[in-house]
Design a binder for this molecule. Structure first.
Ligand code: NAD
Length: 305
């Protein structure tokens, strides 16, 4: 197979001064993309700013013969500045990787509203604002690729990360909806739930596991999701340490109550095992669209499907 290239494509990566975003930037550039390396250069908790992180990545790309420009805007405060850097420097934007992120963990009991909002703002509101501004360019040129960075914590929940996990699952929902709205404009939107070595994980995972979790294992999927030939939109992908897989919703076969049944909590409890079973032969299914949801309640209410 010939190499998937990004010649004449402009790629914007937020939070690309380190960790995963840096690896994406290096790999996109090595395949011909013009890259905007955005990073405000703060701490893991979101404090401070510095141009150093983004500048170093741009220098690395240029040394290797690639094209890149740095941008130090905060995704929440100046999303337009980030996209405008792409337009001014390279004349277009084709791929947006919503990757910037921070952590501010604490158990739910101790989590303040400020802590919750700060994390929601950077991950979710930042991605919303940036995507909204990029959308008009994508729509106009009938081409766009968007990758939202979710997390296993968002898919499954994680102790101490109520703010982070809520933001991360919302990014999945944003991707699912934008995939539908973007379909007729050739805008493809997918979400990833990665695990990788970075300053986010270095303090919590043991070295022998971290060794296997290079960001270079995540980047190839992100490149594919950013390419013309990506075979997916609205997908959710898990990626870590050389594992690549897709996640989907599964609905149990459920229970249909007869209109003559009594609709009571006791009746539902009585059928609990039946309505929650996912076992083979239970007629569980994999809904992808709102109409898949509607088909279930229409059947229950004997409405035409
Ligand atoms: P990282 O801290 O190395 O990278 C995040 C980058 O985002 C930092 O360089 C930071 O300066 C930048 N950033 C933070 N707030 C910003 C803002 N407001 N505007 C612009 N830039 C900002 O960590 P990472 O692990 O490379 O994380 C990248 C993304 O992957 C994050 O969204 C993170 O939540 C997600 N993620 C990482 C893992 C993992 O295992 N490392 C797991 C799941 C999800």
């Amino acid at each position: 197979m010939s190499q998937l290239r990004f010649d004449n494509k402009v790629v914007v990566i937020t939070g690309a001064g380190g960790g995963l975003g840096k690896e994406y930037a290096l790999q996109f550039a090595s395949r011909g993309a013009k890259v905007v390396v955005n990073d405000l250069g703060g701490t893991l908790g979101g404090a401070g700013t510095s141009s150093r992180a983004a500048d170093l990545v741009v220098a690395n790309i240029k040394e290797a013969g690639g094209e890149a420009v740095a941008n130090y805007d905060n995704v929440v405060l100046n999303p337009e500045g980030i996209i405008d850097t792409a337009i001014k420097s390279f004349g277009a934007i084709h791929v947006l990787v919503n990757n910037a992120g921070i952590l501010n963990d604490s158990s739910f009991k101790k989590m303040t509203e400020e802590q919750f909002q700060q994390v929601i703002d950077v991950h979710l509101t930042g991605a919303f604002k940036l995507t909204k501004y990029a959308w008009k360019f994508f729509k106009q040129q009938k081409y766009g690729r968007i990758i939202n960075t979710a997390s296993p914590a968002g898919l499954y929940g994680n102790f101490g990360q109520a703010n982070y996990s809520a933001a991360k699952l919302a990014l999945v929902a944003l991707a699912e909806t934008l995939a539908k709205e973007g379909q007729k404009y050739n805008i493809k939107v997918n979400a990833i739930a990665p695990l990788a070595r970075s300053r986010m994980t270095e303090a919590i995972l043991p070295e022998d596991i971290l060794e296997k979790l290079g960001p270079d294992k995540v980047a190839p999927l992100v490149l594919l999701l950013g390419h013309d030939m990506v075979p997916s939109t609205g997908g959710i992908f898990e990626v870590a340490a050389g594992f690549y897989g897709q996640i989907t919703w599964q609905r149990s076969g459920g229970s249909y109550f007869n209109p003559n049944d009594s609709y009571t909590p006791e009746a539902i409890l009585h059928k609990w095992n039946e309505l929650t079973t996912f076992e083979k032969g239970s007629q569980s299914s994999y809904p992808r669209e709102l109409k898949d949801y509607e088909s279930a309640f229409k059947k229950a209410s004997r409405m035409p499907i």
